[in-house]
Design a protein around this ligand. Structure first.
Ligand code: GAP
Length: 515
């Protein structure tokens, strides 16, 4: 796909989300607010279903995981202990001519992505030339041009990793200069020095006159879990290995906030901290990598859309980390992070609070600070993954076109729509009767306006997996037609079998059982 095609597909998704009540720019009547979005009626239903699937897969399915809901504001010392006060920074650079501001590491990563594209092009050319006998592994290691590209990429990544790891910002600038990276907008290479910018939003607790205290909007939900470790462990009578899950808002003053809901300043995270005995963290890290990729793939968005990306330079709190990347319209990008966070956070909170945050193992008679494996998924990014994989523009056999959201049925905003064929002859009353029978099992929409074809298209556009049409025959034999969204095939079934038929097709419990 060319860049412009990628761009236009994200553009189409953004306008579809707005037109069909999924996502609006926040405070749009005042021209919006950068990288902040509101979810509309269909969007909040879909978002709630994604949350429910994550929560149930974590909390309901595991005896040893419990959920909590902690406050956005936390004691300011939390961020000293967690390292966010000191280390939660992005390296920024300004272009002196265009006055545009960039993340220095992103400029370099975009440069290496350009090299990767050249490699992919060479591989595609060779695959075409050699056909079935093509061995990609052998080609990339032996072809001199590709090997050169790979070597260059590795050198750049290593230098960037070292510079960021040691906080050597002048080395980052040198790298930008040596690679002759230009401002993508103006083409100018006239850069300022690289400097750090803290991403936390601050505000004040109490009134100024009384001596207000500076506090922060949490940049991750994880710290609410860490500071409650002991409360939860004791009140839930948990022993490692056990987990604490949470869904909640997080805030980051992102400098480059673009690409719709991929990078927002206010967003939601679904995080789980899994507390384990020191020494067992590597094994649990592997297990959680497997569990999380299974969860994603259970949704059927296409296994080829996911890959793991191991971090060369894990965050300040981790000894191993990877991302699950998803093939968004802008290419493969981070969807979820899985981190082996060691005992960094609990130890730091012990130090700053003076409270012991340990587990006493009665069997061995020893106390220890548990190690932690974290799984951290952005809810909004998950929403974008679902909607971008689901968004389909189709040309139909009869020459007409439709836009359909092929959302996994258990996540769809509405499971079915009830449509009286005409808005008279007793059909609306019959349809409403059926609606009232099944509305306590599923979220169902009723729609009696416009021709039936237009109503089908409307439901396709919001991803409703089934349309139930009530026609004159329904009045005679109490059967309805059930139309399936993706195939558009229809079958006639007795109205009394609707609930059981739909359950089999849309109930989240079948997804959960498949995990
Ligand atoms: N507690 C660990 C943590 O917060 P992270 O990699 O910074 O790790 C975890 O964030 C996940 O949160 C990301 O994989 C992404 O899905 C989501 N996320 C992070 N920043 C985001 C942003 N600005 N907008 C939307 N989602 C974001």
């Amino acid at each position: 796909m060319s860049n412009s095609a990628e761009g236009s597909s994200l553009k189409n998704i953004i306008s579809h989300c707005k037109e069909y009540g999924f996502i609006y720019p926040s405070s749009e009547i005042y021209d919006g607010l950068g990288a902040i979005y509101d979810y509309g009626p269909n969007g909040s239903e879909l978002k709630n279903n994604i949350k429910a699937y994550w929560w149930q897969a974590m909390v309901r399915v595991h005896d040893n995981i419990v959920g909590i809901d902690t406050a956005i504001f936390m004691h300011p010392t939390t961020w000293k202990a967690s390292g966010h006060g000191e280390a939660f920074n992005d390296p920024l650079i300004d272009n002196k001519d265009s006055k545009k501001r960039y993340r220095a590491d992103v400029l370099i990563e975009e440069y290496t992505a350009g090299i990767q594209k050249k490699i992919d092009k060479e591989v595609a050319k060779a695959a075409k030339k050699f056909g079935n006998s093509f061995d990609k592994e052998q080609f990339v290691t032996t072809n001199p041009r590709v090997a050169g590209y790979m070597k260059k990429m590795k050198e750049i990544e290593d230098r960037l990793g070292d510079a960021l790891g040691s906080g050597d910002l002048s080395a980052v600038k040198t790298l930008i200069e040596e690679l002759a990276i230009a401002d993508p907008v103006s083409g100018s290479k006239n850069w300022t020095d690289v400097r750090q910018f803290n991403l936390m939003f601050s505000t004040e607790l109490g009134s100024l006159a009384e001596g207000a205290e500076k506090i922060y909007l949490r940049p991750e939900t994880a710290q609410g879990i860490f500071v409650n470790y002991l409360n939860v462990q004791k009140t839930s009578r948990m022993r490692p290995p056990f987990g604490i899950a949470q869904i909640g808002k997080a805030f980051r003053n992102e400098i480059i906030a673009r690409q719709f809901i991929f990078r927002m300043r206010e967003f939601e995270q679904m995080e789980m901290q899994f507390f384990v005995r020191p020494g067992s963290e590597r094994e649990w890290y592997q297990r959680w990598k497997e569990k999380r990729i299974n969860w994603h793939q259970s949704l059927g968005l296409g296994a080829e859309h996911y890959c793991f990306h191991d971090h060369i330079n894990p965050a300040h709190y981790a000894n191993a980390a990877c991302d699950i990347e998803f093939n968004f319209p802008m290419g493969f990008k981070e969807l979820e992070g899985i981190h082996s966070r060691t005992d960094f956070d609990l130890k730091a909170h012990e130090k700053y609070s003076g409270k012991k945050l340990q587990f006493f193992d009665q069997a061995s008679g020893e106390s220890y600070v548990p190690y932690v494996i974290e799984t951290s998924l952005g809810l909004d990014r998950m929403f974008l993954a679902v909607i971008s994989a689901a968004y389909t523009e189709e040309k139909l056999d009869n020459g007409s076109e439709r836009t359909v959201l092929k959302i996994p049925p258990p996540l769809a905003s509405y499971k079915a729509a009830i449509l009286p064929l005409v808005n008279k002859d007793g059909l609306p009353e019959k349809a409403e009767h059926i609606l009232n029978e099944i509305r306590f099992d599923f979220s169902v929409q009723y729609d009696a306006k416009d021709a039936i074809g237009r109503r089908y298209r409307r439901q396709d556009a919001i991803g409703t997996p089934y349309c139930i049409t009530v026609d004159h025959q329904t009045l005679d034999d109490n059967t309805v037609t059930l139309r399936e969204r993706d195939s558009m095939e229809q079958e006639r079934i007795p109205a009394e079998q609707l609930a059981s038929t739909l359950h089999e097709k849309v109930d989240m419990k079948y997804l959960l059982k498949s995990l």
